[in-house]
Design a protein around this ligand. Structure first.
Ligand code: FMN
Length: 176
């Protein structure tokens, strides 16, 4: 038997609600935003996307630079996710505030976050307005990985804002 529940309670039960730090730069101004709206859109060409609300400072920077970097986060970056998800780059310099280090990419000016285990350089190829967010679909230009990194090491894959919790990757079921 299934019973209907409210839409917001129902969506909280989704198995995956990812979280990433997206770094951007335009005209020498760098910023970082915490992002839950991330998706993989195409294999060939390789397209991913991030949904950013027009009110965000990062929205302006991506609109103009047409680039961004998606940085995977682990438990050590949780405090940075909090800061970059609460404060606006209009008021604070987030690289300074989080003590994260901007690093050079190869195909985009937007900085990689050195402390992230995996960073994905993207160039915007399409913008799609969806309700209260705009999806910036980006072609993946390069991916940078920390030596010895294993994706199972403490990655955060689900956040529930109302509870204020993040969850880590679970166990291998041993079955296919
Ligand atoms: C875990 C988490 C996920 C978030 N996901 C998104 C998102 O997908 N899109 C968005 O526009 N804002 C999202 N936010 C809110 C922004 O990170 C927040 O408004 C931030 O302060 C905007 O910064 P900016 O003005 O410097 O761009 C999220 C916040 C948190 C904590």
């Amino acid at each position: 038997m299934k019973g209907e529940i409210s839409i917001s309670d129902g969506l909280r039960q989704l198995p995956i609600r990812p979280v990433y730090l997206v770094s951007v730069e335009h005209d020498g101004k760098k910023n970082i935003i915490s992002i839950g709206m991330f998706a993989y859109f195409s294999g060939k060409p390789t397209l991913v996307g991030v949904g950013i609300a027009p009110s965000r400072y990062s929205f302006e920077l991506v609109r103009q630079s047409r680039e961004y970097v998606v940085n995977v986060v682990d438990e050590e970056l949780m405090e940075a996710v909090r800061i970059c998800g609460e404060k606006s780059g209009r008021e604070v310099e987030k690289f300074e505030q989080t003590k994260l280090t901007p690093a050079k990419g190869v195909n985009v000016k937007a900085p990689l976050i050195k402390e992230s285990p995996l960073s994905i350089e993207c160039k915007v190829v399409k913008e799609v307005e969806t309700g209260d967010h705009v999806w910036f679909i980006g072609e993946v230009m390069a991916v940078h990985i920390r030596e010895g990194y294993d994706w199972k090491d403490g990655l955060l894959f689900k956040w529930i804002g109302q509870e204020g919790f993040y969850y880590k990757i679970g166990e291998n079921t041993g079955k296919y």
